[in-house]
Design a binder for this molecule. Structure first.
Ligand SMILES: *Cc1c(COP(=O)(O)O)cnc(C)c1O
Length: 478
């Protein structure tokens, strides 16, 4: 019954869309076909449920609702209030957080809200107090000049990009690396693992206002109790960005000292990665930061995306079901199977394995750059992304690594045997790919030659796995 409802809902929606711009309806159909037909190993992607997707396609999209629940700058927000309250309530229950702010449009927005909340809460400035007290008009141009200098010289310590951190954790080209005086911590050059003593030593020396933990490409768990201890010792605010692994926290795979929410002053996340919700962001906070986070609009954000907040509520309701815990455990088990599949075929993994949802394959032993490996795999229907590895000799563009994640294919029902086959297919493609040469005859970091028949045999083998585990199995477009 649900299957036929979903099928007719999408069939009819595409007819309505096609009557206005048929090329968009066609592209939408094609996207479904392409997603169904490819082996998606991008660690930051997933497949949200039809209920989550359908929730985004409504008239909530039309409503402006700047402000907070019960305190809006627009009239007629009673239903948005219902939606936002429910999404926040589900989030608080799901993560055991005192406070949840569900308005951020993306992970980056959530981090900007968190940064400014921390500045507002912790920078001691009479000017800042006046600003918060809404006596903004009393500030002279000279006061603003001082305030800008005070806010602008605060210190942030985050994980470096090549160790697995995110752009927003103080990477120079990102705004976080410009608005803050920044330093970065890396991983141990021998083991590739986070070295808490080294982070502590750096923190003691640098005395950051903000210590950021969390990652996009680190294949291991983090002990957040230790990170909090470091933050407390130097008087820093601990901000954890769990964008990648929020699903493992929600699904109770990361508990105790691996659950960031009780230890962080502020936790940020996306909602569309392992958490499997709509594209969006969220901030969780301890009580002392709640009022500052609540000023996300107008501090950083404009009108919230009400239709997406509604979809967040639906996704969080799904994540509160016990089946989500089984899903989250399977994500981690599958990453283990994938890592074992590589190791037994003599491939090299950064840190020698994984204990979360991703593996970082060092492709230099195949004589390839990440860029060449990514392209060759794509030719064979395997969708991945290239990624720097610690101390990467090929830089952030060509790289030496491939990042692979299990959340999406786990949603399709892949298990141990399927992920072992995935490792086998990837090793086969990379072993049969040769680095190309430049026009001048030197070694190229971009061009490559894929062996005869490799793409065909990989597609045939992965096609079997994909057919056995269809995406949106009941969804048939008429
Ligand atoms: C993906 C990611 C983000 C950014 O999320 P967007 O929704 O793309 O803005 C932020 N932080 C981390 C750690 C991420 O992995």
């Amino acid at each position: 019954m649900t299957d036929s409802l979903i099928s007719s809902a999408y069939t009819q929606a595409l007819e309505v869309i096609g009557a206005v711009e048929p090329r968009i309806a066609d592209a939408t159909r094609q996207e479904l076909a392409d997603q169904r037909g490819s082996l998606k190993l991008i660690a930051s992607e997933n497949y949200a449920s039809p209920a989550v997707l359908l929730t985004m396609g409504t008239w909530f999209s039309d409503k402006y609702a700047e402000g907070t629940v019960g305190h809006r700058f627009y009239a007629g927000c009673q239903n948005v209030d219902t939606v936002e309250s429910l999404a926040a309530e589900h989030a608080r229950e799901l993560f055991g957080a005192p406070y949840a702010y569900v308005q951020p449009h993306s992970g980056i927005d959530a981090n900007l809200v968190a940064f400014w909340s921390i500045l507002a809460n912790r920078v001691e400035s009479p000017y800042l107090q006046k600003m918060q007290a809404k006596n903004v008009n009393e500030l002279t141009e000279a006061d603003w000049e001082t305030l800008r200098a005070e806010l602008g010289n605060q210190r942030l310590l985050g994980m470096s990009l090549d160790a697995g951190g995110h752009l927003t954790h103080g990477f120079r080209p990102n705004i976080s690396g410009k608005m803050f005086h920044q330093q970065q911590y890396g991983t141990d050059p021998e083991t590739g693992l986070l070295d808490y003593d080294a982070v502590a030593a750096k923190a003691r020396e640098f005395k950051p206002l903000v210590l950021v933990a969390g990652y996009s490409a680190y294949p291991r768990r983090v002990n957040f109790a230790k990170m909090r201890e470091i933050a407390d010792e130097v008087g820093a605010v601990l901000m954890v960005d769990m964008a990648h692994f929020a699903g493992l926290v929600a699904g109770k795979v990361f508990t105790g000292e691996e659950d960031p929410v009780p230890y962080a002053h502020i936790t940020t996340t996306t909602t569309h990665k392992s958490l499997r919700g709509p594209r969006g962001g969220m901030v969780l906070a301890q009580e002392e930061f709640a009022a500052d986070v609540d000023r996300g609009c107008p501090m950083v954000l404009g009108g919230p995306l009400s239709h997406v907040m509604a979809a967040k509520a639906v996704a969080f309701a799904e994540a509160r079901q016990s089946s989500f815990q089984a899903y989250a455990q399977q994500i981690a088990d599958n990453a283990q199977s994938l890592a074992d599949g590589f190791l037994k075929r003599d491939a090299r993994l950064v840190t020698g394995g994984t204990d979360n949802h991703l593996v970082l394959l060092d492709v230099s032993s195949f004589g390839l750059t990440g860029r060449q490996a990514e392209s060759a795999l794509l030719d064979a229907g395997v969708v991945t992304n290239r990624n720097s590895i610690p101390g990467d000799p090929n830089g952030a563009w060509y790289t030496s690594g491939i990042r692979l994640g299990t959340p999406a294919l786990t949603t399709r029902g892949f298990g141990h045997d399927e992920f072992d086959t995935v490792a086998e297919l990837i090793v086969d493609v990379l072993s049969n790919t040769e680095a190309g040469t430049t026009k001048a005859g030197g070694p190229s970091k971009a061009s490559y030659v894929l062996g005869d028949g490799v793409a065909e045999r990989t597609k045939a083998a992965s096609g079997e796995l994909l057919d056995k585990h269809p995406l949106y199995p009941g969804l048939v477009l008429g």
